[in-house]
Design a protein around this ligand. Structure first.
Ligand code: 15L
Length: 264
């Protein structure tokens, strides 16, 4: 098994669990990932470097591609890391017959849907940031590699994967780390993944997203962000419904959104 993004928050939490569950792990990050765990071969690699990625992927089986930039920034960095980087990983997997692949997409590929809309993995892209655009690209690239080269790729539109729900938006978007691991396990256990898009979310009472369209992946989340609601709303829900950060699912990523004046 290969994991990219080993030094990230999710990568660091996942590594020991992946080793325990699947055995030996090969992992990489562009940052210094620190010491390797027992059973792990860890390398420092820039995903934009096609030759290095080719060497990394050669001989791998299952791939969890979580490497890349996970926030909004300039196009140059996003292009190198998320667009070229993801192409390099998928293309190397094609060349070496590796897979299935689990790709960390993001809810920000659909962040400009409003919070009263209910979505599943068939929802078209409405990216809320260049970061979201890069994830939409990754999903399209996955669809292309599956249709053209018969690969198997699951794209996880991850919500807020974090130890705890911290703000009201997370009551809808939170995915606990154990549920993220359950989702990964369910994807790898599926008979055939083909091209599957799932929302990475726990069984939150207030969730906006469903995975009911993808019954071939037996994901059964166990956690629910609702336990954090009472503490968040001690003085009621004071959010302004027309604040773009509240109105749109992408929350803070839509910042900079400007509503055009209607022509008179
Ligand atoms: C993401 O895609 C980000 O990587 C993460 O940092 C969170 O901001 C998350 O989405 C979210 O929407 O809360």
């Amino acid at each position: 098994m290969l994991l990219t993004g080993a030094a990230g928050l999710l990568g660091r939490w996942l590594r020991p669990h992946l080793i325990e569950r699947y055995g030996r792990l090969r992992s990489s990050d562009i940052r210094d990932p620190g010491p390797a765990l027992p059973g792990e071969r860890l390398s420092k690699i820039d995903l934009a470097d096609g030759k290095a990625v080719d060497r990394l992927v050669k001989g791998a089986g299952r791939i969890i591609h979580f490497g890349g930039i996970s926030f909004e920034t300039g196009f140059k960095q996003i292009n190198a890391s998320n667009i070229i980087g993801t192409y390099n990983v998928f293309e190397a997997a094609r060349r070496h017959g590796a897979g299935p692949i689990i790709y960390a997409s993001s809810n920000h590929a659909t962040g400009f849907y409003t919070r009263d809309e209910r979505l599943d993995g068939r929802a078209g892209h409405r990216p809320d940031s260049l970061y979201g655009v890069s994830k939409a690209f990754g999903e399209s690239l996955a669809s292309f590699f599956v249709d053209k080269y018969d690969m198997e790729i699951a794209c996880l539109r991850i919500g807020t994967a974090a130890p705890k729900p911290k703000d009201p938006r997370h009551l809808s978007t939170w995915q606990s780390y154990p549920d993220l691991l359950r989702m990964i396990e369910a994807c790898f256990a599926a008979k055939r993944l083909g091209f599957t898009v799932l929302y990475g979310v726990s069984a939150n009472k207030r969730r906006w997203w469903s995975n009911a369209h993808a019954r071939h992946v037996a994901y059964m989340p166990k956690d629910n962000a609702e336990h954090a609601a009472a503490a968040m709303f001690k003085r009621g829900d004071r959010r302004k419904a027309d604040d773009p950060v509240v109105k749109f699912q992408g929350g803070p990523f839509v910042e900079g959104y400007v509503k055009r004046r209607k022509k008179k």
